[in-house]
Design a binder for this molecule. Structure first.
Ligand code: HEM
Length: 204
């Protein structure tokens, strides 16, 4: 029997899977809108636009819940990179993912209830959740209510930089998601970390 430690309360697990489902839905409909071809629609344009708007509003509401719950429970602290060898710890984690993992080396910083994330997760999750997600959501909301966009920016229509930022952050979040799912397979067993996100228990 392997050692187990309970690290994920129900609200984090519910938030995580609702967030993942919405991002997947937004990715499919967003790609369908971005690469719209009237002859070859992935999803019909009108339907994609309708689903993308509703899922985007749901994501914005869920993000608000995420921020409030993180403040109220103190979970936001997990995301803050801690000083005292932070760069060294990130380096060790990268070496583990690129080298040690293929030779059966142990995880350099296994999670505990107090320190759920390793340093690399801290910095990447922080960038995704507290930098990219707000940009994605705010630019999406401006698209829904374009009166809030600046009239002109550097001689361009004010919606152009909004569209660019929305697209770029979406590409970064989808790229994160692909790497994130791969890294999700690097637990004790291929399925361990996915199971942990469902049950809350981490297996060492
Ligand atoms: C189908 C898509 C997804 C799958 C299968 C998935 C899977 C996982 C897994 C296995 C973990 C545990 C990783 C570990 O501790 O090493 C995790 C944690 C996490 N994921 Fe995802 N994920 C998905 C989408 C996303 C998306 C889209 C985001 C953000 C935009 C996200 C943000 C997070 C965060 C912040 C955690 C840490 C949660 C915590 O422990 O407090 N995930 N995910």
């Amino acid at each position: 029997m392997s050692d187990r430690v309970f690290i994920l309360p129900l609200w984090i697990r519910l938030w995580h899977w609702t967030n993942a489902a919405l991002i997947l839905l937004l990715t499919i409909t967003g790609a369908s809108l971005h690469f719209a071809d009237p002859k070859l629609p992935l999803v019909p344009f009108e339907l994609s636009a309708r689903i993308h708007d509703i899922a985007g509003l749901a994501l914005a509401a869920l993000y608000l819940v995420f921020v409030v719950a993180n403040v109220v429970t103190g979970n936001w602290w997990q995301y803050v990179p801690k000083p005292g060898g932070f760069v060294e710890r990130c380096k060790n984690q990268i070496v583990f993912y690129c080298w040690g993992i293929f030779r059966g080396a142990p995880h350099p910083y296994p999670p505990t209830a107090e320190a759920n994330f390793n340093s690399l997760q801290q910095i990447i999750y922080w960038i995704v959740m507290y930098l990219l997600m707000p940009i994605l959501i705010v630019t999406g909301l401006i698209f829904l209510w374009p009166d809030f966009a600046p009239k002109r920016v550097m001689g361009m229509d004010g919606l152009v930089p909004v569209a660019l930022l929305h697209y770029l952050t979406a590409v970064l979040i989808v790229s994160f998601m692909i790497a994130h799912i791969y890294l999700g397979t690097t637990g004790t067993k291929v399925s361990s970390l996915f199971k942990m996100m469902i049950t809350g228990w981490h297996e060492h």
